[in-house]
Unconditional design. Structure first.
Length: 405
């Protein structure tokens, strides 16, 4: 055991609950994680001690709130090793971060007939924004396929690149398969062909040490609510020379330098992309979540989650008729599976009655479901606060449920 799991679990009030009179087993961490008391306290403290609208007013509360908000920006910069704070844009989540790039990068750099490569394992939020942009600009989406074991066929990447390819959009970690993609290698291939890369880090940021400079990412997007932080907060990292050339995504307060009816000039980075009043308390509490995660140690968390993954995988594979989707060695703590003859939705609903929270359905990855010719799966996803005992409870309940069908 790398850390004191009992002590860690005490930090998360929601985990102390019983559901249907059974201890909660929360295995839906890929959808959203739970928050430690420290994050909940940071939200409360913001509202009780120093809440004011940031950046604009010359009074004490606004100054304090601004300072705390900007401190989180610095913490994010450090967390992902960005060169400067101007490259950290707060959004409301990964989805908004990708939409921002699809719109603004699209406006600045995409012409009719250009191409964007998107992988087959993407979440809808890294497909649909590109389709919308392609529809607007007359561009084309090209799909990078996967193998049946959940590996990206990156050996095919070069052959999919044409002289019209402008960007590759790929997830760092698949929310369904758990596959950790070789995004650094993909970035190298992209850059050697003069192409930009956007990495969807929604499933990576809480589980892997991210270094945007080492990855040489042009854009990197992630969400606070999957990192033990508040919902409604996300991050977009971008290379400065690109962000500077991209037009604003939304217009409003804060993102301007000067507004005249004859024309408007825009604020400097990152404010050019932060129109309106942001999620002030959420961003501040995200700082508390990052602090907590750093204290646990992302490497420690990842090592424990891998142990849980291996422990659960081994047990699940003893169940007759159970198939796991995504069997790569480089895999994060996500297990998607189906059991022959039992609908995934029935499995999920029955597991809930045992106090076990898993996710069922297409996981916002329809093209991936199509690849496997399925409608959906059951997905169990782990966080550092999960235990092997919980996996035992889960596997025993699953066996019981299967025996009922
Ligand atoms: N990308 C991936 C891989 C995800 O798993 C998710 C959410 O599950 C998203 C993007 C979207 O994140 P959000 O809903 O926080 O914007």
């Amino acid at each position: 055991m790398i850390f004191d799991i009992d002590k860690i679990r005490q930090d998360f009030p929601i985990l102390q609950q019983k559901i249907y009179n059974r201890p909660l087993v929360y295995f839906d961490n890929a959808a959203t994680t739970q928050r430690p008391q420290r994050v909940i306290d940071a939200l409360t403290r913001t509202y009780t001690e120093y809440y004011g609208n940031i950046h604009r007013a010359a009074h004490f509360l606004a100054d304090k709130a601004t300072e705390a908000y900007e401190q989180t920006r610095e913490m994010v910069r450090e967390l992902i090793n960005a060169e400067s704070r101007e490259q950290i844009i707060f959004t409301k989540g990964t989805t908004e971060s990708i939409n921002l790039v699809a719109f603004s990068f699209g406006e600045a750099f995409i012409q009719e007939g250009d191409e964007i490569i998107v992988s087959e394992m993407e979440h809808h939020s890294n497909i649909v924004p590109w389709q919308l942009m392609a529809g607007r600009k007359g561009a084309k989406i090209v799909m990078l396929p996967i193998d049946d074991d959940g590996r990206l066929q990156i050996e095919k990447l070069e052959s999919l690149i044409s002289n019209r390819t402008k960007l590759i959009a790929v997830t760092h970690v698949s929310n369904v398969l758990g596959t950790i993609n070789p995004v650094k290698q993909i970035a190298q291939i992209a850059h050697s062909n003069g192409i930009r890369i956007l990495i969807d880090g929604a499933q990576a940021a809480a589980h892997l040490r991210i270094d945007v400079q080492d990855l040489d990412a042009d854009f990197y997007a992630f969400s606070a609510h999957k990192m033990y932080g508040p919902n409604g907060v996300g991050v977009l990292y971008g290379k400065k020379e690109l962000l500077e050339q991209m037009p604003p995504y939304q217009g409003g307060g804060e993102m301007i330098s000067e507004v005249k009816f004859a024309g408007t000039t825009y604020n400097e980075l990152p404010y050019k992309f932060e129109a309106g009043t942001p999620n002030i308390s959420g961003v501040i509490a995200f700082g508390a979540a990052i602090g907590y995660l750093q204290q646990i140690g992302i490497e420690n968390a990842a090592a424990w989650e891998t142990e849980l993954l291996n422990y659960a995988t081994k047990q699940l594979l003893t169940i007759p008729g159970l198939r796991i989707y995504g069997t790569q060695v480089e895999k994060s703590g996500v297990i998607s599976f189906n059991v022959e003859g039992v609908h995934f939705f029935d499995l999920g609903t029955m597991l809930d009655k045992f106090g076990i929270a898993v996710r069922t359905g297409h996981h916002c990855a329809d093209p991936l479901m199509d690849h496997f010719d399925i409608q959906g799966t059951v997905r169990a996803s782990f966080a550092f606060y999960n235990t092997k005992e919980e996996i035992d409870v889960f596997v025993a309940a699953l066996k019981k449920v299967i025996s009922m069908f």
